[in-house]
Design a protein around this ligand. Structure first.
Ligand code: HSE
Length: 430
């Protein structure tokens, strides 16, 4: 008996999924037991790049989630609504759900997984983070023996593409963004990518799986890449760093309290770090745990085939689990989180900083800057005058690991010094 599925959305990923399912030769044998029954689309007149009978298509998406013949709903429409309502309706109808929708999962995960548990169904999300990289299953299953210390990733391809080109070409952010949009590497509205919202959704999902607790999205510190300049790329390179937009989730103890430090921001990473050489639209995630040490996953983070690979793997897993016939949910595939994680505020965490200041070029300025950092307990690793332009000098400071609150107080103090024209850039170092 085949397992009937309904696909909601036949865009890039949906088309990739349908193509794999229609061409099972040489792939996992379970694929032959999966039958597409319906495909929900917005427009019935759009020409499709996949060979499905016209009768499969409907623009009534609710009819798919309410169809008693369908066991698995594959949600690939993206966005918050109607995706969330359709997922919840499918769950209420006892259907398993496979989704790539990080935005819905990061915001409504608690509601969705509580409903899934109550209804004894799976909600599978491999495609929601890292496209084709099997990071979700790794965190749920393969790394289950580990006490996770940190998950760190390049989990947004668009920003990695822009930053890689800024490194390679020395160009300005705005120019490369405009060119990336013209080439189709960045959306017309690039906000979700360049301002870090997409990466925040993804690190929320990874953190909840790695650390076993729910995450409130608004507790994640988020900063995008708009303020990264070609000058900073230049100085970072000279200092031995690459600048990447990272999602970081790590265990941290602050004032004796165990919790998580979760953030998304442009980050200087040592050129020898495995993430430093991940360029273009490629994604990569490192997981540090006890006893494994560190593992690195990398691969295509988006695109039709890569994301479809993750979606179809989830469908295969659900079908195989259903075939085992126990009628019970496989604990390793479900979600058992009930509590929210303690997420420390960003200013209480310890971080290393890179700062570029524009100062007046006169005696004693570097001493004044150093003194103000010292006054606020900010220990410095280096302070270098990089360039003089007329009466101004560019000064680059690298701190040691310091409490962020102390650093921000020092910066506010330094900004008011008569000798300081501006604090041009503040970036964090991994
Ligand atoms: N917009 C995402 C990115 C791809 O640039 O990585 C989908 O998750």
């Amino acid at each position: 008996m085949s397992c009937k599925i309904g696909i909601l959305g036949l865009g890039t990923v949906g088309t990739g999924v349908a193509k794999i399912l229609l061409d099972p030769e040489g792939r996992h044998p379970v694929l032959r037991e999966i039958e597409i029954k319906s495909v929900g689309v917005r427009s019935l007149s759009t020409k499709r790049d996949v060979d499905l009978p016209a009768s499969y298509y409907t623009n009534n998406l609710e009819s798919i989630v309410n169809d008693p013949d369908i066991e698995i709903i594959v949600e690939l429409i993206g966005g918050l609504e109607p995706a969330r309502s359709l997922i919840l309706q499918a769950i209420a109808n006892g259907k398993h759900v496979v989704t790539a929708n990080k935005a819905v999962l990061a915001r409504y995960g608690a509601e969705i997984f509580t409903a899934a548990k109550a209804n004894g169904v799976y909600v599978m999300l491999e495609a929601s983070v890292g496209g084709g990289i099997p990071i979700i299953q790794a965190l749920k299953q393969a790394l289950g023996a580990n006490r996770i210390a940190a998950v760190t990733g390049i989990i947004n391809g668009t920003t990695n593409y822009i930053l890689s080109r800024m490194h390679q070409e020395g160009g300005a952010f705005e120019d490369i963004l405009a060119n990336a949009q013209a080439l189709g590497y960045a959306e017309a509205d690039p906000t979700a990518d360049v301002d870090g919202y997409d990466a925040a959704d993804k690190i929320a999902i990874l953190a909840s799986l790695a650390f076993g607790d729910r995450i409130k999205l608004d507790e994640i510190y988020r900063e995008g890449i708009r303020n990264v300049t070609s000058i900073d790329i230049h100085w970072a390179t000279e200092l031995g760093f690459a600048i990447k937009l990272l999602g970081i989730a790590r265990h941290a103890v602050v004032d004796g309290e165990s919790g998580l430090d979760i953030r998304v921001h442009p980050t200087l990473i040592p050129i020898t770090h495995p993430l430093a050489s991940i360029n273009g639209v490629t994604n990569a995630v490192t997981v540090a745990g006890d006893p494994i040490g560190e593992v690195v996953f990398s691969g295509p983070g988006a695109g039709s085939g890569a994301t479809a690979s993750a979606v179809v793997a989830d469908i295969i897993n659900v079908v195989a689990a259903l075939k085992s016939g126990t009628g019970k949910i496989n604990q390793l595939m479900g979600c058992s989180h009930q509590h929210y994680a303690k997420v420390h505020s960003v200013d209480s965490n310890k971080t290393q900083f890179y700062v570029r200041l524009i100062a007046r070029d006169r005696p004693g300025v570097i001493g004044e800057i150093g003194m103000r950092f010292g006054k606020h307990l900010v220990n410095l690793e280096s302070i270098i005058q990089k360039n003089s332009h007329g009466e101004f000098a560019e000064v680059v400071v690298v701190t040691k690991q310091v409490v962020e609150r102390n650093f921000q107080t020092a910066i506010a103090d330094i900004k008011n010094l008569d000798a300081i024209e501006s604090i041009a850039t503040v970036l964090r170092i991994l």
